[in-house]
Design a protein around this ligand. Structure first.
Ligand SMILES: Nc1ncnc2c1ncn2[C@@H]1O[C@H](COP(=O)(O)OP(=O)(O)OP(=O)(O)O)[C@@H](O)[C@H]1O
Ligand SMILES: N[C@@H](CCO)C(=O)O
Length: 354
C-alpha cells in the first residue's frame, strides 16, 4: 500500500496575492492499494474505486471519472499513454481540509492527484515536473507549490514562448474532460510545457504559529476571483509591493516584530474587494492588532476566504475567540485551529499491505 500525504495551505498572507503560499499542518491523506489480478469490468473501466472519509463527504463525487483528484491523476496518466489506473486500484481519501474555505483544499486535491498518477503509473516524475502538471489544472501557483514542496514559499510563473503559452491556455475542460472516463478518442491530452512555474522557500520564525478561524460557509475561489477588478491604480500596486518586499523577511525574524509584521501583511488588491462576500471581514482585519491582542503579529484573509489567518506567538484562544465572536454577530459560526508550517510538503511512503 502507498500512503500519500498533502498539507493544506494558506495563500497570499496579505499582500502576496497569487505569489505567497504557506503549507500548514492539516493533511489530505490517500491510501492506495491495487489488486493486479482483478480484471476491468464494464462498470469500472478505469479500474478505480474511491472511498472517502472526512469533511464534506456529501459533496465529493466518488465516481473516478468525475472526482477532481482522480480526474487530475487520469490527465497525468493519459499524458503518459496510460488510459486507466492499474487493475483493482482502490483510493481511500481521508480529507480533514474544509472545502471552499481558503485553506487550499483544491490545491491539495490537485497535488494529490498528480502524485497519485506518479505512484500508480510508475512515472518517477520529479516534483518540478509534478508542479507543471498541477499548474495545468490549478492555474495560480501559490497553493500548489506550498502543498507540493512544503513550508513558506514565494512562487512565480515563467513567461513562456508563444507555443508553450498556447498549451497552458488550453481550456480547463480539455485538460480535465468531464467525464474523464468518457469515449476514448485516442487523442493525447495537452502535455504541459516544462518549467511553467518556480518557487523559492523562505525561513519561518520558530515562534510564529497560524490560528485559522474557519467560518461555516463556503466561498468558491472562482467567485472570490470574480469580484476582483481587472486593473489597479499605481498607488495600490505600490502599497502592496512595499509590504511584500518586507513580508518574507519579517516572517523569518526571531524573535518576531509584531508591529512590522502587522504592517507588512496589509493589502489593497484583494481583501477589500472580497469583503463584499465575507460579512465582518474589514472590521476583523482592522480591529485585531498587536495593541489589542498580546501575541498577535499579523492578520489576513486565508487564500480566497472566508477563513481568517492570524499569525501569533501566544494567546491563541483569546485571538480566536474575538474573531469567532465578531463572526457570531453576523450570524456565522466558526471553528478554529492552531496550525504550524508543514515543512515536508507532499510525502509518499510505501507500507506492507495489512
Ligand atoms: N479532496 C477532494 N476531493 C475532491 N474534490 C475536492 C477535494 N478537495 C476540494 N475539492 C474540490 O475543490 C472545491 C473547493 O475549491 P476552491 O478552490 O473553491 O476552494 P479551496 O481550495 O478550499 O480554497 P482556496 O483556493 O481559497 O484556498 C470543492 O468544492 C471541491 O469541488
Ligand atoms: N491566490 C489565490 C488563492 C486561492 O486559491 C486567490 O487568492 O484567489
Amino acid at each position: 500500500m502507498h500512503i500519500i500525504k498533502v498539507p493544506c495551505s494558506s495563500a497570499n498572507i496579505g499582500p502576496g496575492f497569487d505569489v505567497i503560499g504557506l503549507a500548514l499542518s492539516m493533511y489530505l491523506e490517500l491510501h492506495i492499494t491495487t489488486k493486479p489480478t482483478e480484471p476491468p469490468t464494464p462498470t469500472n473501466p478505469l479500474n478505480c474505486t474511491i472511498t472517502y472519509t472526512g469533511v464534506g463527504a456529501e459533496n465529493i463525487d466518488l465516481d473516478p471519472s468525475a472526482n477532481l483528484l482522480t480526474r487530475t491523476a487520469l490527465y497525468v496518466l493519459r499524458c503518459h499513454n496510460q488510459r486507466s489506473f492499474p487493475p483493482g486500484t482502490n483510493v481511500h481519501i481521508h480529507n480533514p481540509i474544509p472545502l471552499g474555505r481558503g485553506l487550499g483544499s483544491s490545491g491539495a486535491a490537485v497535488v494529490a492527484g498528480v502524485t497519485l498518477a506518479n505512484v500508480c503509473g510508475g512515472l518517477n516524475l520529479p516534483k518540478a515536473r509534478l508542479l507543471d502538471f498541477a499548474l495545468m489544472v490549478e492555474r495560480h501557483p501559490d497553493n500548489v507549490a506550498a502543498a507540493l514542496y512544503g513550508g513558506f514559499v514565494g512562487t512565480y510563473l515563467n513567461e513562456l514562448n508563444a507555443d508553450d503559452m498556447a498549451r497552458v491556455e488550453v481550456p480547463l475542460a480539455e485538460v480535465l474532460p468531464q467525464p474523464a472516463g468518457g469515449e476514448d478518442t485516442g487523442l493525447t491530452p495537452p502535455i504541459p510545457p516544462m518549467d511553467i512555474g518556480h518557487f523559492r522557500r523562505f525561513d519561518w520564525s520558530k515562534e510564529l504559529k497560524a490560528v485559522a478561524i474557519i467560518p461555516d460557509f463556503e466561498v468558491s475561489t472562482a467567485k472570490a476571483r470574480g469580484v476582483l477588478p481587472l486593473q489597479y491604480t499605481r498607488k495600490d500596486m505600490i502599497f502592496n509591493l512595499q509590504r511584500l518586499a518586507l513580508l518574507t523577511t519579517v516572517l523569518s525574524d526571531s524573535p518576531p516584530n509584531p508591529d512590522l509584521i502587522y504592517s507588512a501583511m496589509q493589502d489593497k488588491i484583494h481583501q477589500p474587494y472580497r469583503s463584499t462576500l465575507i460579512p465582518g471581514l474589514t472590521e476583523i482585519l482592522q480591529s485585531v492588532t498587536p495593541s489589542s491582542h498580546k501575541g498577535l503579529c499579523g492578520i489576513c484573509l486565508s487564500g480566497a476566504g472566508p477563513t481568517i489567518l492570524a499569525l501569533a506567538t501566544e494567546n491563541f484562544d483569546k485571538i480566536a475567540e474575538t474573531i469567532v465572536g465578531r463572526f457570531k454577530q453576523e450570524g456565522i459560526t466558526c471553528e478554529w485551529k492552531v496550525l504550524e508550517p508543514a515543512e515536508d510538503g507532499t510525502t509518499v511512503v510505501e507500507v506492507p499491505d495489512s
